[in-house]
Design a protein. Structure first.
Length: 487
């Protein structure tokens, strides 16, 4: 079948594409920034169409000749009006699918608690439920899969559980740790998504999807500790931590920023347990499925330890993070594009220097005044930013779209250029370029350029307030990167 996948650069979409290919389907991806898919191992096996789900023209173009359309996007990262954006995008997607004669829409949403009025749900869950209804009303046969906590290497829910459990042998926790949840392994989610491509044409409905275990979040932390070989955790729930406070608490302890931790925390306030398992009537269950909670944790930890995490929660942009590309013309910034440019001749081959450049960040650090980077990371967390703890997806390799601490890979030319866009909270837009070249004498040269486009007077004040430290931070980077390559 011919499948259209939206959100292919995200956590689920990036894993669904190879599963669809393995099942023998043809895949087309709709992406706002096709370059983000360029470095995925399956990129040469799919067709990529540039466009946006809120734009009828590009969405309609992507729908042409499509049998099944997967809707795996949400607008949480677009700001406070994300519900309206989600609503508009779902209407466009459904209408264009109907117009193009698409045979089926498949949507992965959130499991909502039974008996709770929708108006009382968190904006995140409420929007997910509304999107499902819009797609079901589109006139195209639709399968809406509703999942609670997804357990898999790199998922936001797994990272939150992992860091809370590993870092806090004794913890005072929000009262939602007592809430019953039915988690599901990411491989089961993918199995159901692929299976939905071949549902009978007369099936158009929601399906609850979950694993075989129903646990409280407290149970999940204790079981995680057992699988990870950690001592039993002492957990003290208190009612004082509201969703807002608990999201900041999660943001300080885990790599998940408060802006993303809040919808995750809010979705845990109510019991989310499957009310039916009808999907199993239509999708075959292999001998090793469904995957239990402890087995799912074991598989996820093995991938983390083997540095084999194919996609992460941070593959998608996070709320409040800037996304503007680097301007190619300084005039675009009205003459106020600040730069800090430095170079050094390196006593090493270009290949050795590039290995250092591509390995920067995460556990390898930033080769300059670690305390300054740590303080900047903590400052970012305190104001709701992503901080430094996102780390890297892979210890040695990067691809366009990867998160890298509080940066994101905007461009990579293997052996020559790494461009990072800042996702920290600053009054402007910032980039950092790391380059490798050879000069006319055949010497290896390391080139580094920091770029800042200020927003308003505060942006200009910010640049000049940190400019005195550039010699230490950026100058130290040049010296230490050159030394690391030489060694």
């Amino acid at each position: 079948m011919h499948c259209l996948v939206t959100g292919a650069s995200g956590y689920i979409g990036g894993r669904l594409v190879p599963e669809l290919l393995a099942a023998g389907h043809r895949v087309r991806c709709l992406a706002r920034t096709p370059a983000k898919l360029r470095d995925f191992p399956w990129s040469d096996q799919v067709e990529v169409v540039q466009g946006d789900v809120t734009d009828p023209e590009s969405t309609g173009r992507a729908m042409e000749g499509t049998d099944v359309a997967y809707y795996l996007v949400h607008a949480l990262s677009t700001g406070s009006r994300f519900e309206e954006t989600d609503r508009r995008a779902a209407r466009v997607f459904g209408a264009e699918a109907k117009r193009a004669g698409v045979g089926r829409i498949v949507y992965l949403g959130g499991l909502t608690p039974s008996g709770v009025p929708e108006r009382e749900l968190s904006p995140h869950l409420r929007s997910r439920a509304e999107v499902g209804r819009i797609l079901l009303d589109s006139g195209v046969p639709t399968a809406v899969l509703r999942a609670a906590v997804i357990i898999g290497s790199g998922s936001a829910s797994f990272e939150m559980l992992r860091y809370l459990t590993e870092r806090l042998p004794l913890m005072v926790t929000p009262s939602w740790v007592r809430t019953r949840i039915q988690p599901i392994a990411v491989r089961d989610v993918l199995r159901f998504l692929v299976g939905c491509a071949e549902l009978p044409a007369d099936v158009s409905r929601t399906f609850d999807v979950g694993g075989p275990d129903i646990l409280t979040y407290r149970d999940m932390m204790q079981r995680y500790a057992r699988v990870a070989g950690l001592p039993k955790r002492l957990i003290l729930p208190v009612p004082l931590l509201t969703p807002r406070l608990s999201s900041h608490w999660v943001g300080l302890i885990t790599p998940v920023p408060a802006a993303l931790a809040r919808p995750l925390s809010e979705s845990l306030r109510y019991e989310v347990v499957c009310s039916e398992h009808d999907i199993e009537t239509y999708v075959a269950t292999p001998p090793d499925a469904p995957v239990g909670f402890e087995r799912a944790v074991e598989l996820a930890l093995r991938r983390v330890q083997d540095a084999n995490v194919t996609t992460r929660w941070s593959s998608a942009s996070v709320p409040g993070a800037p996304s503007d590309p680097l301007p190619t013309d300084p005039d675009w910034a009205g003459g106020s594009l600040y730069t800090d440019v430095r170079e050094a001749v390196v006593d090493a081959s270009p290949e050795r220097l590039w290995r250092v450049v591509e390995g920067i960040g995460g556990e390898n650090g930033w080769y300059s005044f670690p305390l300054a980077w740590a303080v900047r990371g903590w400052m970012d967390r305190l104001v709701g930013g992503v901080g430094l703890r996102r780390g890297r997806r892979d210890k040695a390799r990067l691809r366009v779209g990867d998160s890298l601490d509080f940066w994101r890979v905007e461009e990579i030319e293997p052996g020559a250029l790494l461009r990072l866009r800042a996702e920290m909270r600053v009054p402007g837009l910032a980039w950092l370029e790391l380059g490798v070249r050879q000069d006319e004498k055949g010497r290896t040269v390391y080139h580094q350029r920091a770029v800042f486009y200020p927003h308003g007077l505060l942006g200009h004040a910010y640049w000049w307030s940190v400019a005195p430290f550039h010699g230490v931070v950026f100058g130290g980077m040049v010296r230490n990167i050159a030394a690391a390559a030489g060694h």
